[in-house]
Design a protein around this ligand. Structure first.
Ligand SMILES: Cc1cc2nc3c(=O)[nH]c(=O)nc-3n(C[C@H](O)[C@H](O)[C@H](O)COP(=O)(O)O)c2cc1C
Length: 335
């Protein structure tokens, strides 16, 4: 097979930033990859229906296409496609490759009802043959040098087809598979079934990336042990504890580092707010909503985020909020 891909033996464990629609967009990818620790990240899913997206749509999802497919920190970005019609996905994949994309990821895990009603995302996990057909059709429509990966859950209502789906993804020609260790029906309810990732890994020969419920260094060590995977993908944990990637990278280099202090984090928060404001100059509501959304997640680990959230909760003036962020930086100097 022209796409036969062998991962180098004993390679350094990869840490990927998960695709998260409405949460890990370009402004957030920029911040999290600059804080550090990530070897790659995946865009929010781009839904493929019957049309072909134009250049501006692709750039909206992945502005990094105009920057050699990398974030400012030089971390590679992979575009994720979601759909059910193999030919349409393949056509769109071909188009985004012409715009410069060098890796494509296919989504077989989205639980959203609107997506599943149109036979996209997790519902495809009921039909391994269809998954294989989609992967193969996309693989054949893009040059061999473009890497193709996929991301799946363990199934739709149960895990009976988990291994068949993973094998279908491999047979279709994907070179890497990320597994979120839950079915669609399990939603985000703990626990994630990491032992199922090991079962999948032991039944395919492509690299498997373990995903689900890694919120700290201990979870990272445990998921690697239970899933038997070297490579891990972080979603919510990376947003709630923005230096988790950096802590993990240090750990893999034999060091333990202190979690990020508020004095550093508040600078990144201000930077994120600027990123969002620059991304949509006309709509200040967007950047304010994104800031509040992030603070609400940071509250889980930082009391200061909770205090700041309460201060800005009812505010809707961008300049006023920017001023408050600036004051917070002055009140929390970094030594
Ligand atoms: C708000 C949100 C949006 C998500 N969007 C996507 C997406 O666009 N594509 C995808 O493959 N998975 C998506 N996921 C699933 C995550 O990539 C990941 O598999 C899941 O959150 C489990 O990992 P975690 O426990 O590290 O967050 C999303 C999850 C959440 C919570």
């Amino acid at each position: 097979m022209p796409w036969d891909y062998q991962k180098p033996k004993n390679s350094h464990p990869q840490l990927l930033l998960a695709p998260m629609q409405g949460l890990i967009d370009a402004p957030m990818r920029d911040i999290l990859t600059r804080i550090g620790g990530f070897d790659g990240c995946v865009t929010e899913f781009v839904r493929i229906t019957h049309t072909e997206h134009n250049r501006s749509t692709w750039l909206k999802y992945m502005p990094e296409l105009a920057h050699s497919n990398q974030t400012r920190a030089s971390t590679p970005v992979i575009i994720q496609l979601l759909g059910s019609d193999a030919d349409n996905i393949a056509r769109n994949a071909g188009n985004v490759v012409k715009l410069g994309a060098d890796q494509i990821d296919l989504n077989f895990g989205c639980p959203a009802p609107t997506v599943n009603q149109h036979a996209g995302g997790a519902i495809l996990l009921r039909e391994p043959n269809r998954i294989e057909h989609i992967v193969r059709t996309v693989r054949q429509s893009i040059p061999a040098k473009v890497k193709l990966s996929a991301k799946m859950r363990l199934g739709y209502e149960n895990k009976k087809l988990a291994i068949a789906c993973a094998q279908a993804i491999e047979q279709g020609g994907a070179q890497q598979l990320a597994v979120h260790a839950r079915t669609k029906t399990e939603g985000y309810q703990p626990p994630a079934h990491w032992e199922w990732i090991a079962r999948i890994k032991n039944n395919v020969s492509i690299p498997v990336v373990a995903n689900g419920d890694v919120f700290n260094l201990t979870d990272y060590q445990t998921i690697r042990m239970v899933s038997e995977c070297n490579d891990v993908m972080l979603g919510r944990g990376a947003v709630q504890q923005p230096d988790l990637g950096r802590q993990i990278a240090a750990f893999n280099n034999g060091r333990l580092i202190q979690p990020m202090l508020w004095a550093e984090l508040i600078c990144w928060i201000e930077e994120f707010f600027k990123n969002c404001s620059n991304a949509v100059q006309i709509n200040s509501k967007y950047s304010i909503a994104r800031l509040k959304q992030w603070l609400a997640m940071l509250k889980l680990n930082y009391q200061e985020a909770s205090n700041l959230f309460n201060i800005i909760r009812t505010l809707n003036n961008q300049d006023h909020i920017a001023q408050i962020l600036h004051q917070q930086i002055q009140q929390n100097p970094m030594d």
